[in-house]
Design a protein around this ligand. Structure first.
Ligand code: SAH
Ligand code: SF4
Ligand code: F3S
Length: 434
């Protein structure tokens, strides 16, 4: 029989919502009297908050579990959480005897009771998606860093044919407006100056994401608002208008397109075309010309021809993305695309990904170079590697390096001096004036 754990460690992988969930699980354990394990020390309880989006991410979960066995043969209590837990449920216990409990993303408010059961030698599994929201059962937010995540919407009803999220996160639900505003206020009281509103389809927020952004913008002490991830089909005119009207809403939009080929988009069940997507980008740029557009791409979807791929390169050139994430298609069990014909070979996928990433890097560099000489404000979020160097985020979500004695959480005025595809250098504006 294992004993009740005193220390914990939560490790999150995958998307920002998993990071948010990981923080909330940590708060839940802390509210039970457990303390976070200090750096380098063994924890009595390890929560692996996993991602199932691509095969590599899902396999990583099990290799991480394996590594938790210590040299002396002992092990912590191991909780498998997140999207792998949801997808595999009780099967996860069969795959690894090290796993003591399995808890899905909609059930983690029950984590403390499950840990207590695991300490008694039981191996509980909870992958229910209860109608009652878990959020109401979570403790209040405690002190946070300068930039915080806030989940406002969860789940997805879009069923893109390659994607596991509708199965691992369940149906789309929006948190009540007043609850979200209350949590935003608590986060700002706890030290947040920037909030990123999260949802798998955040712009499908019931009650209007634009309205929510306007309400949150009224909170004193909050400087910056961001939101992610949006679906092109839910980019309403009201939300676009907010980009031109709400000063605290940062000039950055993550709007995944996945492919530039209409036949591939149709096979993906994306419900937008290359042209409708470009029209949306145009509307956003009309109200906010400097906006940084970011995207997600999949290469090698079943049936993708070189011509389809060329259409993807064309849309990249048309949009001129400031940043982007690109992936090789990964067949996921149970998704419709996994049964489609026309598999693209590994070599072709590698080649397309390389060509796509080279093109995306050119546009990122061009976007970053265009900010050289501009004065702007960054929110310091971490230390740089060199002494005296700090790194902060620009309004356009660029990582900006600067020499300053400012601290994490400070907002400092800088002038951008140089640009790389993934980062920028700057000097303090006061330094320039001196
Ligand atoms: N809800 C968001 C993102 C979901 S997952 C959206 O709709 O855009 C994040 C990204 O992972 C996706 O945008 C997609 O580019 C990628 N992705 C999802 N499933 C994938 C798969 N089976 N293979 C490769 N990439 C995938
Ligand atoms: Fe997945 Fe598509 Fe839903 Fe995004 S919109 S989470 S890619 S099913
Ligand atoms: Fe991964 Fe689940 Fe997020 S599959 S990307 S952790 S919603």
């Amino acid at each position: 029989m294992t004993k009740i754990p005193k220390t914990y460690r939560v490790k999150s992988f995958g998307c920002q919502m998993n990071v948010y969930d990981g923080e909330r699980m940590a708060e839940l354990l802390a509210a039970e009297g457990m303390t976070p394990a200090s750096d380098g020390a063994d924890a009595d309880l390890v929560v692996l908050n996993t991602c199932h989006i691509r095969e590599k991410a899902a396999e990583k979960a099990y290799s991480d579990v394996g590594r938790l066995r210590r040299d002396d043969g002992s092990k912590p209590i191991v909780a498998l959480a997140g999207c792998v837990a949801q997808a595999e449920g009780a099967e996860a216990k069969a795959r690894s005897s090290l796993i003591d409990l399995v808890v899905g993303p909609q059930a983690y408010h029950r984590l403390p009771q499950m840990v207590a059961a695991a300490a008694k030698g039981l191996r509980p599994v909870d992958t229910d998606m209860p109608a009652i929201s878990k959020f109401g059962a979570l403790p209040a937010r405690r002190k946070v860093g300068p930039s915080a995540f806030l989940t406002v919407q969860e789940g997805c009803d879009k069923f893109c044919t390659y994607c596991v999220v509708p199965y691992t996160r369940g149906a789309e639900i929006s948190r009540p407006f007043a609850d979200v505003v209350a949590e935003a206020e608590a986060l700002v009281r706890g030290g947040a100056r920037e909030l990123t509103l999260l949802g798998q389809n955040v712009n499908a927020y019931q009650g209007g994401l634009d309205q929510l952004i306007r309400a949150i913008a009224a909170i004193d002490g909050l400087e910056r608002i961001r939101y992610t991830t949006s679906h092109p089909a839910d980019m309403s005119d009201a939300l676009i208008a907010a980009h031109g009207e709400v000063d605290k809403l940062m000039p950055y939009l993550h709007l995944p397109v996945q492919s530039g080929s209409d036949s591939i988009l149709k096979a993906m069940n994306r419900s937008h075309t290359a042209e409708s997507y470009l029209r949306t980008i145009e509307k956003v740029r009309a109200v906010r010309p400097d906006i940084a557009i970011s995207g997600d791409f999949i290469v090698g979807f079943p049936g993708e021809t070189e011509e389809d791929f060329q259409a993807t390169l064309s849309i990249v050139d048309a949009v001129r993305y400031a940043s982007a994430y690109s992936f090789k298609y990964s067949a996921r069990p149970g998704t419709p695309a996994a049964a489609m014909e026309g598999a693209v070979s590994a070599e072709v996928m590698d080649d397309r990904l390389q060509r796509l990433q080279a093109r995306l890097a050119e546009h990122s560099l061009a976007f970053n170079r265009a900010t050289i000489g501009k004065d702007t404000t960054i929110l310091i979020d971490r230390k740089g590697r060199l002494p005296g160097q700090m790194i902060g985020k620009s309004p356009w979500l660029q990582s900006v390096f600067v020499e300053t004695d400012a601290m994490i959480g400070d907002m400092v005025d800088v002038s951008v001096t140089h640009a790389l595809p993934n980062s920028m250098g700057a000097i303090l504006t006061t330094a320039k004036a001196a």
